[in-house]
Ligand binder design. Sequence first.
Ligand code: ADP
Length: 493
Amino acid sequence: MSTGFRFDRLFIGGAWVAPIDGGVRPSIDPATGQPWGDVAYGGARDIDAAVAAAKAAFEGPWRRMPPWERAALLRKFADLYATQVGALAEVETRDNGRAVRESRGDIGLHAQYYHWFASLADKLGGRTIPMDDSVHAFTTRHPVGVVGAITPWNVPLMAAAWKLGPALAAGCTVVLKPAEQTPASSLALAHLFEEAGFPPGVVNVVPGDGPVAGARLVEHPDVAKISFTGEGTTAKTILKAGADTLTRCTFELGGKAPHILFADADLDQALNAATGSAWALCGQSCALGSRVLVERPVYDKVVEAFRARAARVRVGIPLDPATHMGPQAHQQQLEKTLSYVSIGRAEGAELITGGARIDRDGLADGYFVEPTVFAGVSANMRIAQEEIFGPVAAIIPFDGEDEAVSIANSTPYGLAAGLWTRDTGRAHRVAARIEAGMVWVNTYRYIRWSTPYGGVKASGWGRENGIEGLDPFLETKTTIVSTTGTFADPFAN
Ligand code: ADP
């Protein structure tokens, strides 16, 4: 492997170790369906070892380190990360098939995430509380302890940045368990933490199967908090498994984001965003505008534009910089997407373009699927209600603001939404009524380190990024000090 990272060991306690009850197995390149490298995965005992290392680091050097030194280490790591963008993008693209032009763009931003969190590490003060003269009351903020970070296969390094950045800035230590389908880039990340000189055990990386390694991490009594990105059904399993130990959880779950195009919008710009968002990451991101709500006067025009623009998407080998869209990240996801194409057809939606696996030369063994557009979709169809996670746009016509809002809010999800209009009043009215953790107006998927990200309803609990992104990793302690030293005898009379 040209990047020079090794993947056949786990990173535990600052050392590269062979799995105790896991093993080494091939990771599959979704562009070819073939193994591309051997990756270590851990079992329950490996997780136990990682948690023990994280606990020792938390109680030892990491807790004693002044926050500005923690910040300096994070900055050093961030600078190192910035030098490795190309190599990290190559590893991630190999593992999950995301077009390398997208991987590079995304991973190119991550150093700034770590810098942002580093900048907060020594500013996590509490506050003084106005009281009467007899006491002085103040709060201090403390790291919760060992964090289990469980990440998904679509954006492993981004999810790691969103969890490890704030956790480390807050003074926690971490066991990172990436998804079983895409473990390699998280092990590459471990190399950079090692090189930056983090004390052993502060960051541990143990790939492994969700129901084995993930489950052990969740139920481990020494894990104070789970930061999870994945499916709602898994979140419910995690919540139950962590109940006995009262493990704190934050969840970033799915989405079925409405992307609303009003007839008065700047349609060219709106179409750039709406089509880009339909097919980015081959449809595999929870914030994508997979439901395109279009006001009737421009409906035909928008449907035609989607058809025309789908033909311009260059589907191909993801490591080719010219490729716009790679394959689905694994075979199960390919099958899921194709099954939703059948569901959409059966429900009576109009398949405008795409909908099939691509079997042309060079791509037939990979998990490639055509950019797909359904029009004439109604809000209650399954393809408009359920998360497909494939490159499938569902175009839904509407009349007026009220119907737009009602359709937008009609799914169990509430992660993100976008709306396009030239009417400022309407932009504010509609944005306020949409049930979502984030609303973009005349833009889409603008996501940064400083802007809180997360969902309402079935899309999750808690926020990542922004100053709020540190809250789940901190406890508040209130200290109340008497200024008089006197305490009345309750039994005096
Ligand atoms: P997806 O459909 O995106 O694969 P999952 O929720 O299944 O979503 O996976 C997201 C992450 O959760 C992965 O790292 C996976 O290994 C992990 N995971 C799956 N099942 C469990 C579980 N029972 N306990 C803890 N983690 C799990």
